[in-house]
Write a protein that binds this ligand. Structure first.
Ligand code: ASP
Ligand code: MG
Length: 381
């Protein structure tokens, strides 16, 4: 019998009625004849609330204790959901990350999955039960509880799908997959039926927060097709997998990240700057001769860093385009022209084999997304 992994995000389990809806969706999958492993996030904004509690106790809480605290959020969901599923007459059992055999390195708050030993999950499936797993967490070789970084439940789902040889890994949330831009901000955005792993990776690294980039990288590495679907009222969602035959259009999607810092090196040069960034474990997005881009959202110690003399940190935003035509310099120029014509000053450009990026002053993200979508997606389709 086929194994299906279903991951439910925080908004899909934010309250009891939603949790009960998820329980019914799981029961329906079981009745369709599948063996089901469920991975859950913390309910609603529980993770955020737990972090806020810690900050009230200590301005700089230790990372180990933070992991002990934050891993609780997902455990609440797993236990409640397991009860709700059982009440529908479908046997279910919940497991923590550690009980599921998710072995990680020991980098608290941003641990990487090293290995998965899902023995207990396999036994539960063999006994005809639904296994409900607390996402976002694992255990290190020294038996410490670790967490995988914000949004890490996606990674739990993909890691389990790989270890169990699952036929499908569904990532269920309140959006029905991936669009050519954020549909809340760009009404012209189109729904995408499928996306290659590379395109998805570049898009999510660029700022679109539909799936966790780490999870997509893991899926690509193990050849797992992901399906991002709406928990309620899906019309099919978006499949993320093998690249498509033929080039439908040159740019398939654009995204923006409003929370980026750009650090430029001082007289001591780039390596002195890189040295500092490595030491403070700064979340580096890209390194170039004329500056380094950092993810401000994950840069918790930003205000306490002793930068090399003369180096300068400027908040910026980054717009990114992905698609089979990316990597072509003419599109980079076309995008820059469209941005400048709309009065947005382009500070820098980056091109890779699978993405194009424009660096802009802070505060330009929303306009940049609309301008680039019009110029590169709507007008060239
Ligand atoms: N609850 C965690 C977070 O909010 C993990 C997740 O939802 O994937 O980041
Ligand atoms: Mg998420």
């Amino acid at each position: 019998m086929a194994v299906i992994v279903q991951k439910y995000g925080g908004s899909s389990v934010a309250d009891i009625p939603r949790l009960e809806h998820v329980a019914r969706r799981i029961a329906a999958t079981v009745r369709d004849g599948h063996r089901v492993v469920v991975v859950v996030s913390a309910m609603g904004n529980t993770t955020h609330a737990l972090l806020a509690l810690a900050r009230r106790v200590s301005p700089h809480p230790g990372r180990r204790e933070l992991d002990m605290l934050m891993s609780v959020g997902e455990r609440i969901t797993m236990a409640l959901l397991s009860m709700a599923v059982a009440d529908l007459g479908v046997p279910a059992v919940s497991f923590t990350g550690s009980q599921s055999g998710i072995i990680t390195d020991d980098r608290h708050a941003s641990a990487r999955v090293l290995e998965v030993r899902p023995e207990r999950i396999r036994s539960a499936l063999d006994e005809g039960k639904v296994a409900i797993v607390a996402g976002f967490q694992g255990v290190s070789r020294s038996r410490e509880v670790t967490t995988l970084g914000r949004g890490g439940s996606d990674t739990t789902a993909v890691a389990l799908a790989a270890a169990l040889g699952a036929d499908l890994c569904e990532i269920c949330s309140d959006v029905d997959g991936v669009f050519s831009a954020d549909p809340h901000r760009v009404p012209e955005a189109r729904h995408l039926d499928r996306l290659s792993w590379d395109e998805a990776l570049a898009l999510f690294r660029g700022g679109a927060r539909v799936l966790h980039p780490e999870a997509v990288a893991f899926a690509a590495h193990h050849g797992i097709t992901l399906r991002a679907v709406a928990t309620r009222g899906s019309t099919g969602g978006t499949a993320v997998g093998q690249s498509r035959e033929g080039l439908a259009s040159r740019v398939v999607a654009v995204t923006v990240d409003p929370e980026v810092d750009r650090v430029t090196p001082g007289p001591e040069g780039l390596s002195a700057l890189v040295d500092v960034l490595v030491r403070v474990q700064a979340p580096v997005r890209s390194v170039r001769e004329d500056g380094i881009l950092l993810d401000r959202r994950d840069f918790h110690d930003r205000d306490r860093v002793a930068w090399p003399d003369g180096s300068r940190l400027v908040p910026v935003c980054v717009a990114t385009a992905v698609g089979p035509g990316c990597g072509q310099p003419d599109l980079l120029v076309a995008g820059a022209r469209a941005l400048e014509a709309a009065g947005l000053h382009v500070l820098g450009l980056e091109a890779d084999h699978d993405r194009l990026s424009w660096i802009l002053p802070e505060g330009c993200a929303l306009d940049a997304e609309r301008v680039l979508h019009k110029a590169l997606v709507e007008e060239t389709a």
